[in-house]
Structures are given as C-alpha cells and as structure tokens.
Design a binder for this molecule. Sequence first.
Ligand SMILES: [Zn+2]
Length: 427
Amino acid sequence: MSAPEPAGRARATRALCLFAAAAALVLSACGPNQHIVLVGRGDYTPPDVIPGETPPPTPRRAAPPRPEPSEPPRYTRAPAVRVWLSCAPAEPVIHVAGPCRIVPREGAARRVASLGPVRVRPAPGGFKLGNDFYKSSGFVIEPEGPTPIRIENSRYPGTLRVLRSGDAITLINALDVETYLRGVLGSEMPASWALEALKAQAVAARTYVLFFCRERAAFEWDVTSTVEDQMYSGGAVQPSVSEAVRQTSGQALLHRNRLFPAFYHSTCGGSTETPGRALGKPEYDFMGSATCAYCAPSKHYTWSGRLSGADLAARLRKEGIAVVAPVREIAPTQVPSDGERAVRIVYGGGDVTLSMIDFRRIAGRSLVRSGRFECRREGGDFVFTGRGFGHGAGMCQYGAKGMADAGRSYREILAHYYGQTRIEKLY
Ligand SMILES: [Zn+2]
C-alpha cells in the first residue's frame, strides 16, 4: 500500500488548492474550525471568512450538562447535506452534459438542453455564465436526469448553488448524505484498504456530517470540502467505497442519544488524545484516549521537519500576529486552565501562545505533522521531531487499517476509538 502523501494536508486555500480531486486519497485530519487560544503581546486578526455564512466555532468550554434525550435522532431517509466546495477556482468552469434547470434567486427559472462548458464570473448586479448575464444574487443548477455537474475536472452528483460573496463566488453542492459519503470515503481513505476499515470510516464520517447538518442548519452550508471538515471530491467512486457505505447505510455513533463530531486523523503514533487536549473541545472528552498498537507501519508514525525562524515569523505576520524580530524559541506547552495543547513562541519583541491547531495550520500541517513533537534550535532554524499525523483525537485511520487487517470488525474498531458511544441505525 502506498501511503498517502501529506502535502495535501496543508490548509486548503483558494490560492493553493487547485481542486479537491488533486488531493484525492489523502488521509485527512477532520477537524473543527481553528481558533487562537491565547495571545501574548502579539496582536491577532482572524483569517477571512464569508460574512454571514461562516458558522461560529463550537463552544470551547464544556457547556452545562444537558438532559439526555429520551430518543435518538430519527430520519425518514438520508438527509441532504450542503457542501461548500471551498477549493473551487475563483471563476470556475461548469458543464452539465444534459438537460438542466437554472433557477435564480430572483426571476424566473430557465430550462436548457445542456450547460457549457461555461466559465462563471461575478458581474455587477449578478453573474456572467459565459456571455450570458444573470441579474441575481445567486442561482441553482438542477440537472433533470442523472447527469452529474462537472466543475473543472471533477463530477458532482446533486445540485449546485452558486452564490455571490462580495466579488467572490461560492459553490455549494447539495446532495443526500449517503451519496456524499461515497465522495468522502474516496478522498479520506484508500479504497484498497480492508472493508472493515472503510466501514468504520463511513460510520465516523456519517456521524460527523449528520452532527454538522444540525449544528449549522441556519447557515448556507453544512460542511466544507477540505480537511477543515471532511475531504470531498465529488463522484468518482471505487466499488469498495460504495460497498462500505451501503453496508453501514444510516448507521451513526451516538453518545447519550446525541450525535457528535466523530473526529478522526491519519496516525496517532501510539495513543490517541482526548478532544479537550488535542482540540480544546473537552465537551467531547467522553470518547477518551486509546492506546493504539496498530499504526506503527504508518510512515507518519515518527517524523521530523525543519522550519526557519524567518519563515515562521513571516507566516505569523501574514496571520496578523505582529512578530517584529527573529524567533528565539518554539516550545510546546498547554493551556493552564484545561490542558489543551499549545505552543509558545518567543521572539525579540515579545511572545505569543497559539493553540496547537493554529500553530500547525500556520507553520504548515505537512511540516509539523502532529501536536506531539519536540523542537530544538539549530542556528536560525527550528528542527521538529514528533510522532503521528493529525490532531490525534478520535479514530486513528492507520490504526483502523491495522485492526481490520488483524481481523477486527468495524464495530470493534469504532468501540476502540470512540469510548462511551454506540452504533445506531438512524434511517
Ligand atoms: Zn494509531
């Protein structure tokens, strides 16, 4: 098995991520929105978000205990999910090779025998689809048959909502959860892995998306298509992936009759961590930390990386953190109040403490592959040596592979990595 390369794990941005398909078969650390934990004497400006459309981060501190619902959530069928295709190009080329409807937010719908290939661009008061102007703040493309919507080189089942966010275009693919999961599994785990590992991944990914479909119901989208949530690259699906989704159809994990974000990551390096320690989300600590004797074959089990202090300072300044002099020290630490992993950076003009999640995003997730590392200074460089790949909470994907290869079932795998939970068929 050729282990996935880590390069695709860098935070996907419009500039860097040409398209999700390019990062296919990259195991990702599915995780929450980032946050800065603490700020020393540096100043911090949050990264750009879509105004009015970006959900607030989930609470960082444990909320008061809520009464346990008497019943688990129920669905009559697989619900719809809205996926923000967050690494689509700024002016995407869209193609539907069959009849479809174009439904603007304002004005009458229009039926066409086929659409494009056509480049979509923002224009004053609306959009241009090739040479045609649509005076509208947004529109939906609805194929009338099974023809998928092609965006650049990827095919997407379901419908596509095209929105304006200032001068930028936002693409949102709406489809049912089961179809979506086939696109997730094809991106999150090699299709050649054992079926029980793929099934464990399917249940974890379904739990994650069902949770956020509820959590973000008031927003324009439920999940992004990148490692910020779950990798999703449309409809090219291997048979083993379809089989894993089909055999677990409707099954999700519940804790006290509630869905939760079932975090997962590539390689834990020997033991997983609680969400509180890894992500600053102690409200999900019921899943616990698990010793993992199965991921040692992963090439990410141990790792090293080198980063120059000048490079790190530049990256921090790009984030709005005013580092004005050479970096002198990078020290893993923790938030005193709750033990969340953090990093203290000492520089000439002061110091700043970042959450580990933010530090890895800024330094580069493919360079600082996990939060379990030591760091030493060599001249102007910093040398990291660590273990594991990803945030470390929830299921270890290479561990799931190892357990499946050793004959364990997907139920045993999920029980190992998600403590105090049970599998329930919700539809
Ligand atoms: Zn592991």
